[in-house]
Ligand binder design. Structure first.
Ligand code: AKB
Length: 322
């Protein structure tokens, strides 16, 4: 049984990953950590530490004191928020990574998971079935930080033998928590609005195809990669990962099969330009060949589950908070 730390545990991925890890390793073995003082109800079933990932001395002394086998470093500013706060995004997305890579180099952590994103690709990347290795010229702050992070992961692995593993997550769709600052958030938002109000004003245009994935698949991918034999893994930057690919128009059509009165309108904002710079679909054959990756959820199944489980009261609660 491994002792595990998840940094950024209160976010969209973290809140579900912690629960999955606690089921595997036991609640007491899996520490959740985030900048918030209190983790909220969902993560109360195990230990929690309030930590600012940019406070290197605090992170170092906590990890050295507790001693962790595996650290999942999820804290980051996503693409849309990062464009509004470029300096903070660069600082947050890079500093925590260096702290964790250095601790692993010194032997204080055995294995790291650090997420990259389809944002590492840019307008000059081939957009359909984007290969694992291709032109990478991201033009967003978030994408630049993720690409730099990938290069550092690969460097620490080659030079210092650090066992760091990563996937390039597509847009993630889940019902556990509301989205937070991404360009692909529309594909989560749409379900809350469909259930609560019967209509949705989409900030991307109807034909914008993007790679997406249902959270169950994303959690499984993360755990499978962390379980894989180290000698099978040839990619130590980050693996392409594919689940679904659809446009706002296509997901709206699927939702209408369940909610025939649902209406969608399109009012693209600054996030359209970010989305236009990203691939439409991803070739994940390296992940399939090297560690047996295979997505399970298709669009109809994902939409069915989301409409079943999304709690639209969360939307009203977040609107009332302002
Ligand atoms: C975002 O939209 O910023 C993220 C991502 C694709 O990494 N969901």
């Amino acid at each position: 049984m491994s002792k595990v730390l998840v940094i950024g545990a209160c976010g969209q991925i973290g809140s579900e990953l912690v629960l999955a890890l606690r089921e595997r390793h036991g609640n007491e073995q899996v520490w959740a950590s985030d900048i918030r003082e209190n983790p909220g109800e969902q993560l109360q079933n195990g230990p929690y530490k309030a930590l600012d990932v940019m406070d290197r001395p605090a992170v170092e002394s906590f990890i050295r004191e507790e001693g962790f086998d595996h650290v999942y470093l999820l804290a980051a500013l996503l693409s849309a928020t990062a464009e509004k706060h470029p300096e903070l995004a660069w600082k947050l997305n890079m500093e925590g990574l260096f702290t964790i890579l250095d601790l692993a180099r010194e032997g204080a952590i055995k294995r790291i998971f650090w997420p990259s994103s389809i944002a590492v690709f840019g307008p000059s990347t081939p957009s359909d079935n984007t290969p694992q290795e291709t032109i990478m010229e991201p033009n967003t702050v978030y994408g630049i930080s993720k690409l730099a992070g990938e290069r550092w992961c690969s460097y620490y692995h080659e030079k210092h033998g650090v066992d760091v593993r990563s996937v390039r997550y597509p847009g993630l769709i889940s019902h556990g928590s509301l989205p937070g600052g991404g360009t692909t958030d529309y594909a989560v938002d749409i379900f809350y609005h469909a259930k609560a109000k019967g209509n949705y004003s989409c900030f991307l245009s109807e034909k914008t195809a993007l790679p997406m994935m249902y959270m169950d698949d994303a959690i499984r991918a993360t755990l499978e990669l962390m379980d894989a034999d180290a000698d099978k893994l040839k990619v130590r930057s980050s693996y392409n990962l594919s689940g679904l690919s659809f446009t706002p128009e296509e997901i709206a059509r699927e939702i209408k099969k369940h909610l025939p009165d649902f209406q969608i309108t399109y009012v693209p904002d600054f996030r359209q330009k970010i989305a236009d710079s990203w691939p439409a679909s991803i070739d994940d054959s390296a992940a399939r060949e090297e560690w047996g990756w295979n997505a399970h959820f298709d669009l109809p199944e994902m939409v069915r589950e989301m409409l079943q489980f999304v709690d639209e009261k969360k939307l009203f609660a977040s609107e009332n908070k302002g």
